[in-house]
Write a protein that binds this ligand. Structure first.
Ligand code: XMP
Length: 310
């Protein structure tokens, strides 16, 4: 694929399809939705509206960082505060699939419907890539960004059509297009992050207190491992407590798991052999988080484990 040709063809196609209408998209800051945002704005200018949906499940500082970064590229992104809607939808749900479903439903059936109505959009632009479609068809993954899978026929249900300009590309192709479009390497080379965000890294029900813990642990892991070259690294909060000692007192504390993997496409993965000193430093910093008294390193490859815990 020639990235330049691809970009020109897609811009042409988007213009033809949308005509004088309005298109919207949700930007998460991942490479796929970032490329869709750029293509859409190049093609449509002010007819393209981009939203960052703050679902309360993002990493520290993420909403602000992404909005600012796109502002510096001349693309206005509107931050939508949907925190309470997502937290309410997730309340008390522990089952992994039900958690994912609650997030998907809140996103499409509540927040997106509202945005479509408010903007009078007839087109929704999605960052679905070829691998998403393949894995969904093969039943490997219930991809959160494929509407038909959740029984939504968008045109019938909401009166909008879905455009998927990246559906012929794999991740390496998307990264090449990102570079062609001039996206900073911070975005073009970004490590994968799951659609359900930090909710995929909390075993059991999701609460603001647990989100705060896993968010703090994630920031530590991402900072410490930024230069390690691994495919993906993350922190997970378990749904259990362990006995520990702090200030000469017994405490029943939280348990954080650190995971760091090598992979090419996330279908299989091996564990990174991180230096012991690095692991000890991460452990020290994570157990400094109040309420956390154990930090574990996950040695399990994929399979049998998956990358995320939910
Ligand atoms: P698993 O946990 O299935 O993850 O081994 C494989 C890769 O996919 C990412 N992941 C997701 N990405 N939406 C996404 O866009 C999702 O729902 C989702 N779930 C997992 C995960 O981070 C890993 O890179």
């Amino acid at each position: 694929m020639d990235s330049k040709v691809f970009v020109n063809e897609q811009i042409e196609e988007i213009r033809k399809t949308v005509g004088k209408g309005i298109a919207i998209n949700a930007l998460s800051g991942g490479v796929d939705s970032s490329v869709v945002t750029l293509l859409g704005h190049r093609a449509l200018g002010a007819q393209m509206k981009t939203f960052f949906v703050d679902n309360a499940l993002m990493r520290a500082g993420e909403p602000q960082r992404i909005v600012q970064l796109f502002a510096s590229l001349g693309i206005p992104v509107q931050n939508v505060n949907a925190r309470q809607e997502f937290l309410a939808a997730l309340k008390g749900i522990s089952d992994p699939e039900k958690k994912r479903q609650a997030i998907t439903d809140t996103f499409y059936a509540k927040v997106f419907v509202r945005l479509v109505r408010e903007t009078k959009a007839h087109f929704l632009m999605h960052g679905t890539i070829l691998t998403d479609i393949e894995e969904t068809v093969a039943g490997i993954k219930r991809q959160h960004n494929i509407l038909s899978q959740i029984g939504i026929k968008p045109e019938e249900a909401y009166g909008y059509a879905v455009l998927e300009p990246l559906k012929t590309l794999r991740k390496d192709g998307v990264r090449a297009v990102a570079a062609e479009l001039g996206l900073p390497s911070e975005i073009a080379r970004r490590m994968p992050f799951p659609g359900p965000a930090l909710a995929a890294r909390i075993v059991g029900d999701v609460t603001e207190e647990k989100l705060d813990l896993v968010r703090r642990a994630t920031a530590i892991v991402e900072e410490e491992l930024a230069d390690c070259g691994a495919f993906q690294y993350l922190a997970v909060l378990l749904n259990d407590y362990a006995t520990g000692i702090r200030n000469n007192k017994r405490e029943f504390g939280r348990i954080i798991v650190v995971r760091c993997i090598e992979s090419t496409d996330a279908r299989t993965a091996t564990v990174t052999r991180l230096p012991w000193e690095k692991l000890e430093k991460i452990c020290r910093r994570i157990t400094d988080i109040p309420g956390v008294n154990r930090c574990l390193y996950d040695l399990t490859p994929k399979p049998p484990a998956t990358v995320e815990y939910v």
